[in-house]
Design a protein around this ligand. Structure first.
Ligand SMILES: Cc1cc2nc3c(=O)[nH]c(=O)nc-3n(C[C@H](O)[C@H](O)[C@H](O)COP(=O)(O)OP(=O)(O)OC[C@H]3O[C@@H](n4cnc5c(N)ncnc54)[C@H](O)[C@@H]3O)c2cc1C
Length: 280
């Protein structure tokens, strides 16, 4: 973590459980004790060697074993570029299928994280090949204009985790956070009407309030998910009110991509706060 400066290091420690799988296991045990689930992710993305993608498959299987062995209330999340998507789609698809089948044999649920817009088509295709297995879910990003069409085309057995999106796309993305938030509401409305089980992944309490209200009407199996180290008290408050809550718990050595996305969000929030307070 020394590549980052002092303040950043503190922030990163907050967002990431540690370097080892046992750090993530300990973090999830704490969550479980407070009535929340974990979503464990072994950090890694955009590998360029097949051996690294194979190591990521092994790391995913180790997480699945640890979930089973420790009887954790936890899912696993994978990034397809960690399984080789940017090298060879067929190779990645096989790697993902291996992880999903192994997870199924152990009764563990596997999420696919969604990455940059250039990977969305292949990610949906690969996910769709396994959707009927019942133990797999996919992340959908509201900042992308295409997402409503993507969701309409998904099999009704799909399990969606809806996020605003941690990436940018000049051509296919909404320009402002406000527009991405508006599209989030539109997507939620569609998902509530058409899917039975899904996850609302945001720290935005205005969106969570809308979801809670929608669910009084639709009575779906909804989980509210947040990232480790972000609005933890709010997550706990929701769990104490009886809502299903899950916290995304990353661990590992490859922290830069993840840390960069979180730092960017933090600086956006600081800018918003400054503009509200009238500062520069
Ligand atoms: C479980 C989970 C899984 C995710 N998976 C993916 C994925 O696969 N692909 C992807 O592109 N993105 C993913 N994301 C990230 C997501 O896309 C957003 O970048 C991130 O959640 C911030 O957006 P927001 O919805 O919280 O709203 P924002 O508009 O960023 O924030 C809304 C409000 O939340 C609060 N808040 C937000 N961040 C902070 C913070 N750091 N500290 C304090 N308060 C804060 C503030 O009150 C803020 O006004 C995931 C997020 C979660 C929670």
């Amino acid at each position: 973590m020394t590549v980052l400066g002092g303040m950043e290091e503190i922030a990163v420690r907050r967002w990431i459980a540690g370097r080892k799988l046992e750090d993530a296991v300990a973090a999830v045990k704490e969550l479980n004790a407070k009535g929340m689930d974990g979503i464990i992710n072994h950090l890694g993305e955009k590998v360029v060697y097949r051996a690294h993608a194979r190591a990521a498959v092994k790391a995913s299987m180790d997480i699945i074993d640890a979930i089973k062995l420790n009887k954790l209330g936890a899912d696993i999340a994978v990034k397809l570029t960690d399984l080789g998507l940017n090298m060879d789609v067929a190779f990645c698809s096989k790697n993902y299928n291996d992880v999903a089948r192994y997870a199924k044999s152990k009764g563990v649920f596997v999420w696919i994280d969604m990455e940059e817009c250039g990977f969305v088509d292949d990610t949906i295709k690969i996910y769709s090949s396994m959707v009927k297995s019942g133990n797999v879910g996919i992340c959908i990003q509201s900042y992308l204009k295409r997402s409503i069409d993507d969701v309409r085309k998904l099999d009704r057995k799909a399990v969606i985790r809806l996020v605003k999106g941690a990436y940018a796309d000049r051509a296919g993305g909404f320009r402002t956070r406000r527009q991405a938030t508006g599209n989030y509401v539109l997507l939620m409305d569609y998902i509530f009407r058409n899917f039975g089980r899904f996850t609302i992944a945001t720290h935005d309490s205005s969106l969570i309030d809308i979801a809670l209200k929608m669910n009084r009407k639709y009575r779906r199996d909804v989980t509210y998910a947040m990232l480790r180290g972000v609005r933890s008290n709010y997550a706990l408050e929701l769990a104490r009110k009886g809502e299903k809550v899950a916290v995304y718990v990353p661990f590992g050595e490859d922290i830069l991509g993840y840390a960069y996305r979180r730092l960017k969000e933090l600086s956006n929030l600081k800018l918003i706060a400054r503009s509200i307070l009238g500062g520069r």
